[in-house]
Ligand binder design. Structure first.
Ligand SMILES: [Zn+2]
Length: 173
């Protein structure tokens, strides 16, 4: 969806996922980091609108690539229409994906995914997967596909850690 983008709490995101009129199935959650903006470069709404402008004007995408962006403070910013295929990993693998970007550069030696942001990342994965009755393993890191040389969502993020955190959150449901 074009601007205005909206800032949601985890609870508001859960309510919107439940209430949303989904017209497509979601089979997978795709995790990325932005690289730019990093935590230090993050400017809230201005940054989300900047990504939207970059994706639509420079990259030629029909809209901002991702369905949501997760801020360093844990806020979940809306993005592309959730019923539209995201611009995620390419090679005809994007259909049926729900794509999010964690704001930051999570390569080793740069930003850390912790606190409220990590809490929101784990929550978004769990909430979307649970809505579509998907297993915890229905999570793709961008770097896992052979068509990219990127380290996305960052060499500092261990997939096993994220999967265990999602499983732990699910066990409380
Ligand atoms: Zn990526």
């Amino acid at each position: 969806m074009p601007p205005p983008f909206r800032e949601l709490s985890v609870a508001q995101f859960a309510d919107e996922v439940a209430a949303y009129t989904w017209t497509r199935p979601v089979f997978r959650v795709d995790m990325h980091h932005t690289f730019h903006p990093s935590h230090a470069e993050w400017r809230g709404r201005d940054s989300v609108e900047g990504m939207w402008r970059f994706h639509t004007l420079s990259r030629g995408f029909e809209d901002i690539a991702q369905h949501v962006s997760i801020a360093p403070d844990g806020a979940i910013w809306t993005g592309r229409d959730w019923n539209k295929t995201p611009a995620s990993v390419g090679c005809n693998m994007n259909a049926q994906a729900f794509m999010f970007e964690a704001i930051g550069n999570f390569d080793v030696g740069h930003d850390l995914l912790d606190g409220a942001q990590r809490f929101a990342v784990v929550a978004v994965i769990d909430i979307v997967q649970r809505h579509f009755r998907l297993p915890v393993q229905a999570l793709l890191f961008h770097r896992e596909v052979p068509q990219t040389p990127k380290t996305c969502p960052g060499t500092g993020i261990d997939k096993g850690d994220i999967l265990r955190a999602v499983a732990a959150r699910r066990a409380l449901a």
